[in-house]
Design a protein around this ligand. Structure first.
Ligand SMILES: [Fe+2]
Length: 98
């Protein structure tokens, strides 16, 4: 059984809009490295029932991931390989001359 709770002003607004207050499960990521533009984002498991109706509209296709079963680790049951590319803070600019 799912329990939807409408809490606080945001909950009142969502209820007025006839939207549920649920978010899909997610993991926050903050990635930074000197010389690159930092990235803050979230990733979502592909089987979450709230992907299509995330109440804050944060789900993007590139952020939906497929966790794989992990064996042999007493502290985890799933694993994920997810590549993140950071943009350099300074780019070399090539000017074409005609
Ligand atoms: Fe969160």
């Amino acid at each position: 059984m799912l329990i939807h709770e409408y809490l606080g002003p945001a909950g009142v607004l969502l209820k007025l809009l006839d939207r549920h207050p649920m978010r899909p499960a997610h993991i926050h990521l903050m990635i930074s490295r000197e010389g690159y533009v930092p990235v803050t984002t979230q990733i979502f498991p592909k089987d979450d029932p709230y992907l299509e109706t995330d109440t804050v509209f944060a789900v993007k296709d590139d952020l939906v991931v497929d966790f794989k079963p992990l064996q042999g680790d007493p502290n985890a049951t799933l694993e994920l390989e997810y590549n993140i590319v950071l943009a350099p803070t300074e780019r070399e600019v090539t000017v074409a001359k005609f």
